[in-house]
Design a protein around this ligand. Structure first.
Ligand code: ZN
Length: 133
């Protein structure tokens, strides 16, 4: 394989294309607009119907586990007032998904290709070369 799982992880954590490492996941100047495919290598980022649910699940899980649950627990144990907890949870429910939007797409692509590295075009070329030998 040309692109190893380690390389897929490092590219995913950096927010780069898992196939070529290009910084091409998002449209330039747009915060929340994912490119359909990599401008450098042509890898399709949206892998088909329902693929967008992967980043959504990452984003939702991070928001609930890291922000909402601690606020609720602090409120339940009387550390913070109910109004404060509602305001903090409401703000977190809006702001955290926005902040994690780009990372959640990158992490989802990283996870997808970590388990299916043979789906990367760079690795398919390597597979065909192996077959010819
Ligand atoms: Zn690429």
């Amino acid at each position: 394989m040309n692109v190893t799982r380690t390389r897929i992880i490092t590219r995913g954590l950096a927010g780069h294309c898992p196939n070529c490492g290009g910084h091409t996941l998002f449209k330039p100047g747009a915060l929340f607009s994912v490119n359909e495919q990599c401008a450098r290598c042509g890898l399709k980022f949206d892998r088909g119907e329902g693929f967008f649910l992967g980043p959504w699940v990452f984003n939702y899980t991070a928001t609930v586990v890291v922000f909402i649950v601690p606020v609720v627990l602090l409120c339940v144990h009387g550390v913070i007032a109910t109004r404060t907890a509602l305001a903090a949870a409401g703000a977190a429910a809006i702001l955290v998904p926005m902040a994690l939007y780009r990372l959640s797409w990158s992490w989802w692509l990283m996870t997808y290709f970590y388990f299916l590295p043979q789906k990367l075009p760079e690795n398919q070329d390597a597979l065909h070369e192996d077959e010819e030998e």
